[in-house]
Design a protein around this ligand. Structure first.
Ligand code: FMN
Length: 387
């Protein structure tokens, strides 16, 4: 899929910055507090050097991997993201259909603007579902039932939102509940007529997975209700154990950074975890996932599937993650920026093709033919075997 003069995820982010109203761009790009965690995510990747191994025949090199019993075209997938259709109506659908076309996983968020059933009808075999357990167990059980009925076999339970992260950009722009857009935000939206027109003509983004719970609630009351369902300070291991018992397929816990928590996840029977600081959107002082990954791999050996997200932007970053102990990675923001930069039909496939080609290029430079060959030998200074 041709992507014009757009060759990297940073080119996509630069285009997205111009095309989206400032408040929407800030909502996607921004992080918690001073955004130290966002910066740390990128800095720590840049610090990792990869050591090539010379003169190995890489003519049969490929990017395919198997995870949770399924073969995918590359070791990366689309991270769950709520409110994606704020970028453009149809964003969730376009990302899911590109994931199917290119055979990578697409993880639908509880807070998505498109329903589980709609995405299952587009990409049944590539769909993972992300659950916010929230405070109401009946609602969570209903979502799990719907995911099961839709054929989902990988449930990703996000546990790193005990309370909503404090994101100053959203507060300044008035993008919070209740919605109070600042005058600057309103004027700026007017300066993006293409976005405005698409938003006016398209379906209004709503909490598609909570439509049945709306009843006679006003829009504001519903938004507050959903927001309560997303965060939950009372969440604990007993609740996750109940979810484990109720879910018959692969269970992944998303939002872990502590090796002790990874061991606890293994004890309750999770199949994998997503090592993640939520893209720096929750705890500003959190370590980056790439820096804690080797300690987590060392603690749990090969007993847990380790997926990493937060700050992955290039094929080299995917290789750095795999060499540091990950089995797979997810990317968030770059997929939304791809849609903003290149549109619904070119953006999602374009970014997948770019990342896959970059990863394969790096793999071959390192002297590997299979992604699972990446390990501590490729880290410089050498880190011992992480896999
Ligand atoms: C706009 C946006 C919405 C998000 N919504 C969710 C969500 O609903 N559920 C969830 O588990 N994570 C959510 N995340 C976090 C991502 O799943 C992922 O952890 C993070 O974006 C990875 O970092 P990266 O954006 O640097 O790749 C969201 C991230 C963004 C940018």
């Amino acid at each position: 899929m041709p992507t014009g003069r757009v060759f990297t995820t940073s080119h996509m982010a630069a285009h997205a910055r111009k095309r989206l109203p400032r408040a929407i761009f800030d909502f996607i790009e921004g992080g918690a507090g001073s955004e130290a965690a966002v910066a740390r995510n990128r800095d720590r990747f840049a610090q990792i050097a990869l050591m090539p191994q010379a003169l190995r025949d890489c003519s049969a090199a490929h990017s395919e991997v198997t995870i949770f019993g399924r073969r995918y075209a590359a070791p990366f997938g689309v991270a769950p993201m709520g409110f994606a259709d704020l970028v453009r109506p149809g964003t969730d659908r376009a990302l899911a259909s590109a994931a199917k076309a290119r055979n990578i996983p697409y993880c639908l968020s509880t807070a998505a603007t498109t329903s589980i059933e709609t995405i299952a009808s587009i990409a049944p075999d590539n769909l993972w579902f992300q659950l916010y357990p929230g405070s109401d167990e009946t609602i969570a059980a209903g979502l799990m039932q719907r995911a099961l009925a839709a054929g989902v076999t990988t449930l990703v339970v996000t546990i790193d939102i005990p309370v909503p992260g404090k994101r100053p950009r959203d507060l300044v722009n008035g993008l919070s509940i209740p919605l109070k857009p600042s005058l600057r935000t309103i004027l700026d939206v007017g300066r993006h007529p293409a976005w405005l027109l698409r938003a006016a003509l398209g379906e209004r983004p709503g909490m598609a997975n909570f439509v049945a719970d709306k009843g006679s609630m006003s829009g504001l009351a519903h938004a507050e209700f959903v927001s309560r369902q997303l965060s939950c300070p009372g969440l604990d291991w007993r609740r996750i154990e109940r979810i484990r018992k109720a879910w018959p397929h692969h269970l992944v816990i998303k939002g872990m950074l502590n090796p002790q928590d990874a061991l606890a996840a293994e004890r309750i029977g999770a199949d994998g975890i997503v090592v993640s600081n939520h893209g720096g959107r929750q705890l500003d002082s959190a370590p980056s996932s790439i820096e804690v990954l080797p300690a987590i791999r060392e603690a749990c050996g090969d007993r847990l599937t380790l997926i990493l997200d937060s700050g992955v932007r290039t094929g080299d970053d995917i290789a750095r993650s795999l060499a540091s102990g990950a089995d797979f990675v997810l990317l968030g923001r770059p997929f939304l920026f791809a849609v903003a930069a290149l549109g619904l039909s070119r953006g999602p496939t374009g970014i997948i093709d770019i990342l896959r080609a970059e990863f394969l290029n790096t793999l071959i430079h390192l002297g590997c033919i299979d992604p699972t060959e990446l390990g501590g030998d490729h880290l410089w200074p050498r880190q011992g075997s992480n896999r």
